[in-house]
Design a protein around this ligand. Structure first.
Ligand code: NAP
Length: 252
């Protein structure tokens, strides 16, 4: 049974693996046996040390994910440095909080760019590689509760995370027959830089906690099992699914 979840010999590309949820996911994949290509703009030193502690390799592929040129080269660099590319986790993301009446074009473009446009073009570059070498692959997109709900003061974030859910389904439809699984994880409310403002606001913090059946904020390690599952052979027949890891938020 454990073989189903074994990632030995696999190489996983994880965007934004230097911190937060991306770091938690990278560590879980490494513990399951994968080597990690950390794609992002900040040096993932802490993650690299933890990956090395579990006997796996991590290579940093430096990339500003506001831009989509160079994503094909990033996939090529992964293959050159680690020998292959089997898994892509589209995790890097950002958020802008502002009333819809005051939202600027920059608030819109900055979030849609990294959260949706780059996620699509990196998935495309990764899938082109998989098709070119005649192998399957696993893609996991990081969605959100705001793939299902409206939220408030986060117009571009909600648009991007609702979009990533639709895109997950579309790509699953197009690529399933080629052995590429495209799925999503929808994290609930996790304690990372992304939610600092919410946790700092006493009233919002209390309201959010009161609505989470598990009665606590999620920690990055809470995503590990879902990520390993969707990146492993255990998920070979899972396509276009979204797996909430939310302490029960959506069930409420
Ligand atoms: P985080 O701690 O702020 O981490 C975001 C990551 O994305 C960082 O590695 C960041 O790099 C990277 N990133 C952002 N913009 C980038 C760019 N232009 N180029 C390269 N890298 C960029 O937030 P997090 O909570 O771990 O978020 C990870 C993902 O989970 C995001 O997609 C987020 O929307 C999603 N999510 C989070 C929650 C939550 O409750 N925390 C809930 C649902 C979904 P730098 O460190 O260099 O900025």
């Amino acid at each position: 049974m454990s073989d189903l979840f074994d990632l030995n010999g696999r190489v996983a590309l994880v965007t934004g693996a230097n911190t937060g949820l991306g770091q938690g996911i990278a560590l879980a994949l490494a513990r399951a046996g994968a080597d990690i290509a950390a794609i992002g703009r900040s040096a993932p030193d802490e993650t690299a040390a933890a990956v090395a502690d579990c006997g796996r390799r991590l290579r940093w592929i430096e990339a500003d994910l506001d831009r989509v040129d160079g994503l094909g080269a990033a996939v090529d660099a992964v293959v050159a440095q680690l020998g292959r590319a089997d898994i892509l986790v589209n995790n890097a993301g950002t958020i802008r909080r502002n009333a819809a009446l005051d939202f600027t074009e920059d608030d819109w473009d900055a979030v849609l760019g990294v959260n949706l446009k780059t996620a699509f073009f990196l998935a495309q570059a990764f899938a082109r590689h998989c098709v070119a070498v005649g192998q399957g692959g696993k893609i996991v997109n990081i969605a959100s509760m705001l793939s299902f709900q409206g939220g408030i003061r986060v117009a571009s974030y909600t648009a991007s995370k609702s979009g990533i859910l639709g895109l997950t389904r579309l790509l699953a439809n197009e690529w399933a027959a080629q052995g590429i699984n495209v799925n999503a994880i929808a994290p609930g409310y996790f304690a990372t830089a992304n939610t600092t403002a919410l946790r700092a606001d006493e009233q919002r913090n209390r309201d959010i906690l009161a609505r989470i059946p598990a009665a606590r904020w999620g920690e990055p390690a809470d995503l590990g099992g879902a990520a390993v599952f969707l990146c492993s052979r255990a998920a070979d027949y899972v396509h276009g699914a979204v797996l909430p890891v939310d302490g029960g938020w959506l069930a409420r």
